[in-house]
Design a protein around this ligand. Structure first.
Ligand SMILES: Cc1ncc(COP(=O)(O)O)c(C=O)c1O
Length: 409
């Protein structure tokens, strides 16, 4: 049976879109063709509830080899004592981590959504917010950095059973040791969600939370550049409860084709070229932030330490994030609107944009290209140059850095 014609059309449309746009969504990346092969492999067919060597189905010897290789590689890269590579997504990894360490109604202190936290960190419409009792910390209203004193004060008065560090939209290095100290002062577990920065941690370009946290969750598809999915890393003493929280706690059969895609990406992350990529991701983000700041954009925290930048378009251009996102999309730059800390706009409109450099760094962009990208963004949002000219500039950059040239549907 061949691929259906409608599917082929959509696949070719998406392939072209990815090739012809500048991708600045901070949570996206371009995986290797090897990861794509693993994702679409014959492991798709196999049911294998359980864990390597302890399955509820026969015929799992090759599946076991792959899953074990992924586990061992992740343990080595992140210096973790135990790894569960089965969560279907970052949200599933978080749900399983909560289930392993908490009972319904237990208190958790996490970063608020507007400050840069994630829905699965206690948002009222997410199951985390329904099941557990969340309180939130924010960022300083002076410099938009995490205020560790505020967190300590909140922890001392709220006395949570768990503190969560980690964010979806925070551009500065997070001091996990400080979080550990605060957690120890109130007898709380420390969970770190390193979804965004996992690739930087793997390359040792960011503090490694696995050295201090009780449990670390992550996605595998952002800066880590692997198959879509999640992973949990923890101390050995928590291995059993983490594994049983994932299966049978919240999931059934693991998606072994995606586990193969995660494993391939983890093996790629051991290569020296991945270290160079991660270093370049950060250099590129600093370069892009500087162009924006030099053009009087209000960049939160006045810069970045990682792969992402949050900036305000409302105060600078009187545009909502939604309007700015759509202006940039019209010239071929894809990013996302972002609620900023203390935002007066709704989550549909927002005052800000979030951009990231991981995907275009994978494509080969260096500082020179990110200076160009920054200037295109400035001209587009200031509406100072004709849109057709900017479209052409974007197109030229994309053609110069092709991606997936061997793929045909
Ligand atoms: C910090 C953080 N945790 C968890 C997630 C959830 O990941 P997923 O979309 O795979 O459920 C995200 C996704 O953006 C995230 O940024």
């Amino acid at each position: 049976m061949n691929l259906d014609k409608k599917l082929i059309d959509s696949l070719n449309g998406e392939l072209k879109r990815q090739q012809n746009h500048i991708e600045l969504i901070a949570s996206e990346n371009y995986v290797s063709e090897a990861v794509l092969i693993a994702n679409g492999s014959i492991f798709t067919n196999k049911y294998c509830e359980g864990y390597p060597g302890k399955r509820y189905y026969g015929g799992c010897n090759f599946i076991d080899e792959v899953e074990q290789l992924g586990i061992e590689t992740a343990k080595e890269i992140f210096e973790a004592e135990h790894v569960n590579i089965q969560p279907h997504s970052g949200s599933q990894a978080n749900a399983a981590a909560y289930k392993a360490f908490l009972k319904p109604g237990d208190k958790v202190l996490a970063m608020g959504l507007k400050a840069g936290g994630h829905l699965s960190h206690g948002f009222s419409l997410n199951s985390s917010g329904e099941i557990y009792n969340f309180e939130f910390y924010g960022v300083s209203d002076k410099d938009y950095y995490i205020d560790y004193n505020e967190i300590k004060e909140k922890a001392l008065s709220f006395m949570p059973k768990m503190i969560i560090a980690g964010a979806s939209a925070y551009s500065r290095e997070i001091d996990f040791k400080k979080f550990r100290e605060i957690a120890d002062q109130v007898g709380a577990y420390l969970m770190v969600d390193m979804a965004h920065i996992a690739g930087l941690v793997a390359a040792k370009e960011h503090q490694n939370p696995c050295l201090v946290a009780d449990v670390v969750t992550t996605t595998t598809h952002k800066t880590l550049r692997g198959a879509r999915g999640g992973m949990i890393l923890c101390k050995k003493e928590y291995a059993k409860k983490v594994d049983s929280a994932v299966f049978p706690g919240i999931q059934g059969g693991p998606l072994e084709n995606l586990i193969a895609g995660k494993t391939q990406a983890l093996l790629e992350a051991k290569d020296i070229s991945f270290k160079e990529y991660a270093k370049q991701v950060i250099k590129n983000a600093k370069t892009l932030a500087k162009v924006l700041i030099d053009n009087n954009f209000f960049v939160l925290t006045n810069g970045t330490d990682n792969h992402l930048i949050n900036f305000d378009v409302k105060s600078t251009f009187n545009l909502t994030g939604k309007q700015a996102e759509s202006i940039l999309e019209s010239i071929g730059i894809i990013c996302n609107k972002e609620l900023l800390p203390f935002d007066q706009e709704s989550s549909v409109n927002t005052s800000g944009l979030r951009v990231g450099t991981a995907a275009m760094t994978t494509r080969g962009f260096k500082e020179e290209e990110f200076i160009k990208v920054g200037n295109i963004i400035v001209k587009a949002l200031k509406k100072s140059v004709d849109i057709e000219i900017l479209k052409k500039e974007v197109n030229e950059l994309c053609l110069k850095f092709p991606i997936y040239e061997n793929i045909r549907y």
